[in-house]
Design a protein around this ligand. Structure first.
Ligand SMILES: Cc1cc2nc3c(=O)[nH]c(=O)nc-3n(C[C@H](O)[C@H](O)[C@H](O)COP(=O)(O)OP(=O)(O)OC[C@H]3O[C@@H](n4cnc5c(N)ncnc54)[C@H](O)[C@@H]3O)c2cc1C
Ligand SMILES: NC(=O)c1ccc[n+]([C@@H]2O[C@H](COP(=O)([O-])OP(=O)(O)OC[C@H]3O[C@@H](n4cnc5c(N)ncnc54)[C@H](OP(=O)(O)O)[C@@H]3O)[C@@H](O)[C@H]2O)c1
Length: 475
C-alpha cells in the first residue's frame, strides 16, 4: 500500500466503533496510515447500547467503557448529529474518502401484518424501547393506560419490553432512565403482562440469563400454563434441541420450574404470563385495542408449527409487537428490501448485478440483519476490515476526487450547510453533564435512598447545545 487511507464509517454503534478500532490495528500492522471519520446521526455515540439495551441492564451498558477507550484514543474522529443520506450524501462521502463503511444498524420494528395492528393502543417494541431509553426522535409522552397488555414475540426484546412494563418504577429509578419515563411508569395501572410465542417453550429465542431474570423482579409473579407444555410435548425437534443445546436445556428447566399446581396462590401485585403456541391473527377493537385473537398452534416436528383451527381471544387494552427489528435504506446506497440489509459479500457492498461497489463496505446489523449480540458485531467488523485492507493492498480502492486531506474540508462543508455537528469533546461534556445530573439527583420521599449514576438528557437540541458549547469553549 503506498498512500495513506481516508475512511468514513457511518454509524457510531458497536459495529462502527469496533470497525474503526480494528481498522486502526490492521493498518498499523500493515505499516499504513489511516485517518478515520465516524459519522453518527445522533448527537451521542453508542447506537443501541445507549438507545436499545434496557436501562436495568447496567452490566451490558458497561460495554460502553471499552468502546469509550477506543474513541478516546484520538485515532477515530467522531462527527455526530450528521445524518448520512441527508446532511451529506453517499456520493459526497465517496468523493472524499478512499472507503466508506456503513454500520447503520436497524432502528425500526419489523411489521406484523395482521388486521387491527394499526389500532390505537397497538405499538412497536422499537418505539417503546426508544421511549424508555430516552431516544431524542420519539415522542416524550407514552400512553401507559392499560391494565392488561399483550407482548407478541419470544425474543429478548419481548422480554425487555415485558419486564419494563411489569416492573414497579421504584425498581428502575436507580438506572439512567430520563425523568419523563419514571413519571410515565408511575402512572401505569398495569397488573398483567402477557407474552405470546407462536412456537413452544423449547423454541424460544430468549437467552438463559434474561429469562431467569424475570423470576427475580420484585412483586411480579411469573405465570406459565400447563396446557401449553402439554401441547408442546412429544415434539422430536424440541427434544433434539434439548439434548444438544445447553441454552435450550437451561431455559426449558427454568420455564418448567415456574409451573405451579392449579390452586397456587400468586401473591404479587403484578403478573407476567408466558404463553406458548399462540399465533396472533387479529387485533380486535372498534376504536382502540380491546383484545388479541390468536390461533392455537401445534408443533409439526421440524421446528415449525401449524394452526389447529382453534381460536382464543385475550382481552387486553394494549399490544406491543416484538417480532424483530428492520433496517432502513439510505439514499444513494443499494438496499435489499426483502432481507432489509445492504447487499454485500463478506462486507463488500454489491450492486444489483452482484458486483462490488469499489470502496463501499458494510458491517453490523445493516450487513447481516437484526440478530445477534453486541459481541457478534466484533466478528462482523473483523471480516469487513480484513476485506477492505485486502482491497487496499490490491490497489482496488478508488482514489478520492476531492482533496479532503487534513480533515478540515468536511467540517467546512457541514458548517456551510449549517449542520450543527458534534464531536468527541462534545460527547465528553454531555457525558459529564448526565453523570452530574445523576450525582445531584435528590430522590423524592417515596424513593428515599435511591442513588442514580446518570440521568439521560433527551431532547436533541439540548444534547447538541451542551456538546457544542463545550467544544467551543475548548477551541
Ligand atoms: C432493544 C434491544 C436491546 C438489546 N439488548 C442487548 C443486550 O442487552 N446485550 C447485547 O449483547 N445485545 C443487545 N442487543 C443487540 C445489540 O444492540 C446489537 O447487536 C448491536 O447494537 C448492533 O450494532 P450495530 O452497530 O450494527 O447497530 P446500532 O447499535 O443500531 O448502531 C447503528 C448506529 O448507526 C446510526 N445511524 C443510522 N443511520 C445513520 C445515518 N444515515 N447516518 C449516520 N448514522 C446513522 C444510528 O443512529 C446508530 O447509532 C439489543 C438489541 C435491541 C434492539
Ligand atoms: N439482553 C440481551 O442480551 C438482548 C436484549 C434484546 C435483544 N437482544 C438481541 O437482539 C436481537 C434481536 O432481538 P429480537 O427479540 O428483536 O429478535 P428475535 O430474537 O429474532 O425474536 C423475534 C421473535 O419474534 C417472533 N416472531 C417473528 N415474526 C412473528 C410473527 N409474525 N408472529 C409471531 N411471532 C413472530 C419470533 O418467533 P419465531 O422464533 O417463531 O420466528 C421470535 O420469537 C437478538 O439477537 C437478541 O438476542 C439481546
Amino acid at each position: 500500500m503506498t498512500r495513506s487511507l481516508r475512511v468514513a464509517i457511518v454509524g457510531a454503534g458497536p459495529a462502527g466503533i469496533y470497525a474503526g478500532n480494528i481498522l486502526n490495528r490492521q493498518a498499523t500492522e500493515a505499516g499504513a496510515e489511516v485517518a478515520i471519520d465516524l459519522f453518527e446521526s445522533l448527537p451521542a455515540p453508542y447506537g443501541l447500547i445507549r438507545y436499545g439495551v434496557a436501562p436495568d441492564h447496567p452490566r451490558i451498558k458497561g460495554i460502553v467503557k471499552s468502546l469509550h477507550e477506543m474513541l478516546d484514543a484520538g485515532t477515530i474522529r467522531l462527527i455526530g448529529n450528521v445524518e448520512v443520506g441527508k446532511d451529506i450524501t453517499v456520493d459526497e462521502l465517496r468523493e472524499r474518502y478512499d472507503a466508506i463503511i456503513f454500520a447503520t444498524g436497524a432502528l425500526k420494528d419489523a411489521p406484523l401484518n395482521i388486521p387491527g395492528i394499526d389500532l390505537p393502543g397497538s405499538y412497536g417494541a422499537a418505539d417503546f424501547v426508544a421511549w424508555y431509553d430516552g431516544h431524542p426522535d420519539v415522542p416524550r409522552e407514552w400512553p401507559l393506560e392499560a391494565q392488561s397488555i399483550a407482548v407478541i414475540g419470544n425474543g429478548n426484546v419481548a422480554l425487555d419490553v415485558a419486564r419494563v412494563l411489569a416492573k414497579h418504577p421504584r425498581d428502575i429509578l436507580s438506572t439512567d432512565v430520563p425523568a419523563n419515563v419514571v413519571a410515565g411508569l408511575e402512572a401505569s395501572p398495569v397488573t398483567d403482562v402477557h407474552v405470546f410465542g407462536r412456537r413452544g417453550p423449547g423454541h424460544v429465542k430468549f437467552t438463559p440469563i434474561e429469562l431467569r431474570e424475570l423470576g427475580e423482579v420484585p412483586d411480579v409473579d411469573v405465570v406459565v400454563y400447563d396446557d401449553d407444555f402439554e401441547r408442546a410435548a412429544n415434539d422430536p425437534h424440541a427434544e433434539a434441541l434439548f439434548a444438544s443445546n445447553n441454552q435450550v436445556k437451561v431455559m426449558t428447566r427454568t420455564l418448567n420450574g415456574w409451573r405451579k399446581p392449579a390452586d397456587h396462590d400468586y401473591t404479587a401485585s403484578r403478573r407476567l404470563h408466558l404463553h406458548f403456541l399462540h399465533t396472533p391473527v387479529e387485533v380486535l377493537g372498534s376504536e382502540a385495542v380491546e383484545a388479541v385473537r390468536f390461533e392455537r398452534t401445534r408443533p409439526v416436528g421440524d421446528g415449525s408449527v401449524e394452526g389447529t383451527g382453534e381460536f382464543v381471544e385475550v382481552p387486553v387494552q394494549a399490544v406491543y409487537r416484538a417480532v424483530g427489528y428492520a433496517s432502513s435504506p439510505i439514499d444513494g446506497l443499494p438496499f435489499d428490501e426483502r432481507a432489509a440489509v445492504v447487499p454485500n459479500a463478506g462486507g463488500r457492498v454489491t450492486d444489483a448485478a452482484g458486483a462490488h461497489l469499489p470502496g463501499v463496505y458494510a458491517t453490523g446489523w445493516i450487513k447481516r440483519g437484526p440478530v445477534g449480540l453486541i459481541g457478534h458485531t466484533k466478528g462482523d467488523a473483523l471480516e469487513t476490515i480484513t476485506n477492505l485492507m485486502a482491497d487496499a493492498a490490491a490497489g482496488a480502492l478508488p482514489a478520492p476526487l476531492v482533496d479532503a486531506a487534513g480533515g478540515a474540508e468536511v467540517f467546512e462543508l457541514l458548517e456551510e450547510r449549517e449542520v450543527a455537528f458534534t464531536t468527541w469533546q462534545g460527547w465528553l461534556a454531555l457525558d459529564a453533564h448526565e453523570r452530574e445530573l445523576g450525582e445531584t439527583f435528590e430522590a423524592p420521599e417515596h424513593y428515599a435512598g435511591v442513588v442514580r449514576e446518570r440521568v439521560k438528557v433527551v431532547p436533541r437540541d439540548e444534547q447538541v447545545e451542551i456538546s457544542r458549547s463545550a467544544a467551543l469553549a475548548l477551541s
